[in-house]
Write a protein that binds this ligand. Structure first.
Ligand code: HEM
Length: 462
């Protein structure tokens, strides 16, 4: 009896949803051919391809159906900040994430910023010593560039942000391996498309990481409780259950360590495959050779342009908000649209502004000086249809929710690239190798990852 009632109720809900039609002033509605599922498969397989197709069909705003959910996608970059600043109508994230950000800003970015930067440099320098790398001076070693960059920056970030001790390199390597197992499966886990074996791998990685991340293991320095320790303490004080704490901590590990490593890979990958860019960056580093270590990172317009250009090509977070109440939004051409309560609002800066051919000529090309003026200063003026574009690239999110770790990330990437270019000989194993393609399942999950790798050999300079 109860099952029949539930089934009927389910059918009624399904029919109600299936009947959804576009109301006046709402964005174009595209439900897709498959009932309930709508565009979910195409969206999940390659979000960039799907949303580009929808943009061509409908313009800068449209609503699609995916797995029963109606998602309005906004691709007019000049109004991102204004639309998302309404944090009452547009709910950001779960409570645990809001808390995470609050605590992050309080305890890392405000109190420890200088200290963290200093200890980040220290940790990285420790990780590239010959003994840590298992290398004799001037002995060549082969590796994949992705793994090389990711493991170094993961370990640096982990030691710095989580306040762990650095004297156990085997444990550190193990944590990185487990993290990667989890990271590789992240898109599948987020879409719940993992198979049984993958589920097991993820759960065992989760289990191990959880053990490593347990605050008692991390907080060995009583004078400076780690930021993560603070975070978990707050979750506990707020009565958050153990499972949620566990998930929140893993998310935390991923948010703080999952992007800088892949970004460093793309920076070095683009440099190694673009000789003019590499030569110009080397000259800039050479020019600052006489500066004190803390000054070296400061005046580097060429490197900054290389990094901005790299992030333009590879930062692909999908920023989503829940529409809490009906809301009117205005596009930059003055056209108004109505958002419906209960839907989701998504912006995907990767498509616009970052890959928008009206803003960036030949957007798929890496041009190391795209963000440089002719006089060598930083280029800020970009235009679309005669209008100045507010942000030509949005790798750190929108104004209402900017990445609080962005300065830390930039310094860490810079420190890694400068250290490698000055302290190492690093070259492609195959001189004419090309950068691997992007893994399309990673669109929506922060910095993209390659579908293959770039084989390199390196040695510590004597
Ligand atoms: C290249 C590297 C990085 C990129 C491109 C990046 C990008 C982003 C973006 C786009 C968001 C906002 C997401 C949203 O609004 O939905 C974000 C949030 C965040 N980032 Fe980063 N990030 C990077 C590195 C880091 C690092 C190194 C840390 C910490 C040391 C960090 C800590 C955080 C935190 C705590 C949040 C808040 C999460 C939330 O509100 O849900 N990020 N990041």
């Amino acid at each position: 009896m109860m099952w029949t009632a539930l089934l009927l109720l389910g059918l009624a809900v399904l029919l109600l949803y299936a009947r959804r039609t576009r109301r006046r002033n709402e964005p174009p509605l595209d439900k897709g051919m498959i009932p309930w599922l709508g565009h979910a498969l195409e969206f999940g397989k390659d979000a960039a391809k799907f949303l580009t197709r929808m943009k061509q069909k409908h313009g800068d705003i449209f609503t699609v159906r995916a797995a029963g959910q109606y998602i309005t996608v906004l691709l007019d970059s000049n109004c991102y900040d204004a639309v998302l600043s309404d944090v009452v109508s547009l709910d950001q994230t779960s409570y645990a994430q809001v808390l995470m950000k609050r605590i992050f800003i309080k305890s890392l970015c405000q109190n420890y910023c200088h200290l963290e930067n200093f200890s980040m440099q220290n940790n990285l320098q420790h990780l590239v010593t010959p003994s840590e790398m298992g290398l004799k001076v001037s002995e060549w070693k082969k590796d994949g560039l992705f793994d090389f960059c990711y493991s170094l920056l993961f370990k640096t970030g982990y030691l710095t942000v989580f306040g762990a001790e650095k004297n156990n390199s085997a444990a550190l390597a193990e944590i990185y391996e487990e993290f990667r197992r989890f990271d590789k499966l992240l898109p599948k886990l987020a879409r719940t498309t993992e198979n049984k074996e993958e589920k097991q791998i993820a759960s065992s990685a989760r289990e191990k990481l959880w053990k490593w991340l347990t605050p008692s293991r991390l907080d060995r320095k009583p004078e400076r409780q780690s930021w993560l320790g603070n975070y978990v303490q707050h979750l506990q004080d707020e009565g958050v259950d153990a499972e949620t704490q566990r998930r929140a901590m893993l998310l935390q590990l991923w948010v703080t360590q999952g992007n800088a490593g892949p970004a460093a890979f793309w920076v070095l990958g683009y440099l190694l495959t673009h000789p003019e860019a590499l030569r110009t960056v080397r000259e800039e580093i050479q020019g600052g050779k006489h500066l004190r270590p803390e000054e070296k990172q400061k005046n580097t317009p060429v490197f900054d342009s290389v990094l901005t250009e790299t992030l333009r090509l590879t930062a692909a977070a999908l920023i989503t908000r829940e529409v809490k109440q009906d809301k009117k939004i205005c596009l930059s051409n003055g056209q108004e649209y109505q958002l419906r309560r209960g839907d989701r609002l998504c912006i995907f800066p990767f498509i616009s502004p970052q890959m928008d051919p009206q803003i960036h000529q030949q957007p798929e090309m890496f041009q190391f000086d795209r963000f440089l003026n002719a006089d060598g200063t930083k280029k800020k003026d970009f235009f679309k249809e005669g209008l100045r574009v507010k942000n030509p690239s949005v790798p750190w999110g929108t104004k209402d929710n900017l990445c609080p770790g962005r300065q830390f990330a930039v310094s860490a990437i810079k420190e890694l690239v400068f250290t490698i270019l000055t302290g190492f000989d690093l070259e492609l194993c195959e001189k004419n190798a090309k950068l691997p393609l992007v893994d399309p399942s990673r669109y929506g999950f922060g910095i993209l990852q390659p579908a293959g790798d770039l084989e390199i050999r390196y040695r510590i300079r004597s």
